[in-house]
Design a protein. Sequence first.
Length: 704
Amino acid sequence: MATKSQTPTTPAGSAQHFLQRIQLFSLLTKEECDAIVRRLKRRDFPPNHYVVREGQAGDSMYFLTAGRCEVRKKDSNTGIEFLLTELGPGQCFGEMALLTGKPRTASVVTVEPTTVGILEQKDFQELLLRYPKIGVSLTRILAERVEKASEQVGVEYVNLNRLQFDSRVLGLLPEQAILQHKVLPVAFGNNRLTLAMVNPDNIIALDDVRRFIKGVMIEPVACSESDFLRFLGGPYKMLMKKEEETRQKAKSEAMHAVKKLVGEKAATDIEHTLADAAASQTEAVLESLQSDALKDIDMEEVQEEPQASATELRASSEDAPVVRLANSVLALAVKRGASDIHVEPREKEVAVRFRIDGILQLIQTLPKKVQMGLVSRMKILSKLDIAEKRLPQDGRISVRMENKPIDFRVSTIPSKWGEKICMRILDKSNTMLGLDKLITHPATLERVREMVSRPYGILYVTGPTGSGKTTTLYSALAELNDPDVNISTAEDPIEYDLPGINQVQTHKDIGLDFARVLRAFLRQDPDVILVGETRDLETAKISVEAALTGHLVLTTLHANDAASSFVRLNEMGIEPFLISTSSIGVIAQRLARRLCPQCKEAYTPDEETLKYWGMPTDEPVSFCKPVGCSACNGSGYKGRVGIYEVLRMTGNTRAQIIKRASTDEIREAARREGMLTLQDYGVMLLKEGGTSVDEVLQCVAVQE
């Protein structure tokens, strides 16, 4: 990080000084801006560098002159940093620290090389005296922020003098808590408590109220401190005195009747029991209030399933326990190495399931009452419409955890018992894996690297959903990515951010499909093109044309194995001579669970098993099986290992494709050229103890 004494000024003849693009200095003239520049310190930050950290002390203000930053705030319970907003040139941050000197309330991280100007507090005080216009701009900035915050919070202001109070509602909170937090319960209905607060942002007060009054939704409203103190000194004492008198009178009458029935001694015991049960008194009062409210309802107008408004959904999603629950679900999934999160509403509960190492596991079952708040919270984080519950939606959550950028690709769909949410976890720190980290067999790895290093042609990667095709393609791009190579990708969606690579997101709704992006790529002087998926004839044809005109094309294709890929392309309508001429080869792959190295146990397979896998029965062979230990959470598996089938285009396979040979004939020709089938590769992993027989059987169809 370099530091210089001052920031360069705008080139001569430009229409606007760069400082005038920043709201704080927008009222100043160019000459005044030049004078301020001499007091500013310039700093250049590299990408992924913290400019300021949350909780860090500071009294300086920063403004961006070049580059881009992300503003992030950490959840205190899970340690996850959530993305709040992005900043670009002309925007500033740190005004409150400049004025108050209090610790930073959020972190600012650079996304790309960034230049900032730093204004320190001592210089700012001198500038205010010399240039009063800065004070006017600062006042305007702060006023806009307050107004925006008020719109987001949406807290209503109430006048306590004009409200009608029920002494039963006031008695829900002890006087000590009311005085300590300056809050006042003013109304209750439909399981919602209206709470007047001098400071509606006091989260500690809200948590304390929930400790006294459990199971209700709290709607905060604002009141002035003078109104609060005036009400507490007069009407509050009168109402509570009247309530206490009513309560004591009812208690006295009840005890008098009890004494007549059971006697003095038994009545005393009952009185003590009632005193011990005082903690449940709040629930009784709430039931009484709810019953009173129900008396006035016209039963014919009550809907069977009332729909919550957007305001109610947002309020429930911002409830502190719901926020903590949503954050903990995300953090736990990342910690356990899950690839997907499923939040599934059921009739009487909400199930949370994680897909770990390819297997879905039930992690926890939540009460039905958290469903609305949890789903709304996930949708808010994903920037989705929380009021739309009838249509599927797609979004994205971007967080940082332990300084690692992690994205959650979010999909919602309406189901019988509510909206189901599925989140694919995309750990960006794993995208720079090399091919050697994926392919453990040296000969197969050498064959793949030889195909990837070709200057032109098409390399197809096939396999079912979730088999790691995208990871293989990204790992290949990571090895090809150099400053002298122009790489462009067309994806749906963009799963990972790859530095130094031009990535394009397709949008079918506006006509930006794979074929259209590919045609545009050919006018962008590419060296390497990645196509997320070849799913139609038009995309396949343009990919072939790109390969024949001197470009390296990497793409995925849905086929059962390497040999059947050519039959699939033929069925799409691509001529065999074009397939054979343009193709470099095909990688077919599967993912199997890897045996835990801590607890796997070797055994000798029986003769029938060896015959099934086509292995000689007269040679000593050892396989391994899962056992389970603390390191693998008792499953016997930890992580996953790839099973690969690599078909390289040769003269023999090319001849088979041109004559429209069957899948079996193409496979046999490739095996004669040294190709290991998925079954061969799986047997090799069994011999090495990498996985179990059950896993290979689940992933690979054995050829008979």
